[in-house]
Design a protein around this ligand. Structure first.
Ligand code: NAD
Length: 428
């Protein structure tokens, strides 16, 4: 059944949600308060890099299944189904910044006169959807005019289109069974089991999921520290662990740690939420401590080799927080660069997609050109092209001979055969 849908917030999640729902046969209107973004999208320009997304958007724009607008109120009036996909960053103290959600609620209060199913896809702390429901009533919308549904999103940037088309589950949090059929009709072409729970249960599933994945990363990074001291190869450990069906192979790559717009903020928001209820989340705190100190391990090893970093020319390959995205939010690469700059290093960088960041560094268009006269190379993001490097060519460009593998994507023996010094954690 074709449905008329409004997606509020056209970022990584909103744009992908809109494009896929349109591709599933619905009529979708993506709205955003950012006029420039909507203008670009209207002209067929996609403001983010996500494999397969541009093609999907253009195809569905062409067949009039997908539209873009800044007239948020008119679109909301017209659509019975509303998705909220605005950002929910964390404040300094770990609490969640709900400014964007509040803005959306204010718009709803001014607009809603017919029934709406309001579906929150933004990641919000346990209790937030209950609060949204209550606040909308308090602000004057009759409770019969809307249902609030929590439908958290589990996509991975860089695989967003595939993940949303092939979810391993669809989580629905509801207060009553009334909106369940609407959600099932929305997603009828997707083949995934439904997990139906309370509003707060759905919110908690999203945080538990991200916190668990972050825990796997910090666990393997802690193992790498121990393995480093014992002269053990960490990739052998990860490989063996990953083959255990009870553990699974994902998120077991040791390195500079986790970044991005989700894990850091979601783990710290969950810590905040636990503490609000007087629970001390020991594991979550340790996960963050390991992650926060991981970059220093590499910097300390590099500093020992170069004596000091002041005036040294260092090339960083990779700026995005992970491969196949242009997203640099909480990127370990940027945090690393910031620390190197503070130590007086001169930074040259290359990334296949990210060509601009607000740091005083030089970004090159060619990964080898970026190496000219460099004292050291640091691989900070595991883009595929950094896995098949012409080390002879690298040697020709660099002044020094140090290669820091922050993502364990290089065989140390290969670089050492080219007379480089390899720096990693627990690599043999
Ligand atoms: P984003 O910053 O890329 O996009 C948010 C968009 O919302 C922006 O375009 C912004 O202009 C728009 N916006 C803000 N206030 C608005 C308003 N009042 N009206 C209309 N538009 C408004 O964010 P994102 O990465 O897409 O994340 C969105 C939410 O989804 C967050 O809660 C995030 O935690 C969650 N999430 C993100 C991912 C991911 O990989 N990025 C995955 C799962 C869940």
């Amino acid at each position: 059944m074709m449905m008329k849908i409004c997606v509020i917030g056209t970022g990584y999640v909103g744009l992908t949600t809109g494009a896929i729902l349109a591709d599933l046969g619905h009529e979708v209107f993506c709205v955003d308060k950012d006029k420039l973004k909507i203008e670009k999208l209207t002209q067929g320009e996609v403001p983010i890099y996500e494999p397969g997304l541009k093609e999907l958007i253009l195809r569905n724009k062409k067949n009039s299944h997908l539209h873009f607008s800044t007239d948020i109120q008119s679109v909301i009036k017209d659509c019975p189904i509303l998705f909220i996909t605005v950002g929910t960053p964390t404040n300094e103290d770990g609490s969640q910044n709900l400014t964007a959600i509040n803005d959306v609620m204010d718009t709803l209060v001014q607009t809603v006169t017919s029934h709406k199913t309001i579906i929150t896809k933004s990641t919000v702390l346990p209790g937030t959807n209950e609060w949204i429901q209550q606040s909308l009533i308090e602000k004057g919308i009759d409770s019969s005019l809307f249902d609030v549904v929590s439908n958290p999103e589990f996509l991975r940037e860089g695989n967003a289109v595939f993940d949303m088309m092939n979810p391993d589950k669809i989580v629905i949090g509801v207060k009553s069974s009334k909106p369940i059929q609407v959600i099932k009709a929305l997603y009828e072409k997707l083949h995934a089991p439904y997990i139906i729970t309370s509003l707060t249960g759905a919110e908690m599933i999203k945080y538990a999921s991200n916190a668990f994945l972050a825990t796997k990363i910090s666990f393997i990074n802690e193992m790498a520290r121990i393995c480093d001291a014992y002269g053990v190869e960490i990739t052998d450990i990860a490989n063996a662990l990953g083959r255990d069906k009870r553990i699974g192979p994902s998120f077991l790559n040791a390195g500079l740690g986790y970044g991005g717009s989700c894990f850091p903020k979601d783990v710290s928001a969950l810590e905040y939420a636990a503490k609000q209820k007087r629970i001390v989340p020991e594991v979550l705190m340790a996960v963050q401590n390991v992650n926060d100190s991981q970059i220093n391990l590499y910097i300390e090893k590099l500093t020992r080799k170069l004596t000091n970093l002041d005036g040294k020319k260092i090339t960083v390959w990779g700026l995005a927080f992970k491969p196949e995205t242009d997203d640099t939010r909480e990127s370990r690469s940027l945090i690393l660069i910031n620390k190197l700059l503070k130590s007086g290093a001169e930074i040259h960088a290359y990334d296949p997609i990210v060509h601009l960041i607000e740091f005083p560094i030089t970004i090159h268009q060619d990964m080898y050109e970026a190496l000219k006269e460099a004292d050291a190379l640091i691989i900070a993001t595991e883009w595929d092209q950094f896995k098949t490097v012409d080390w002879k060519k690298v040697k020709g460009y660099m002044k020094g001979n140090i290669v820091v593998d922050g993502r364990n994507i290089i065989d140390p023996k290969i670089v050492m055969n080219h007379q480089f010094e390899y720096i990693g954690v627990a690599r043999q």
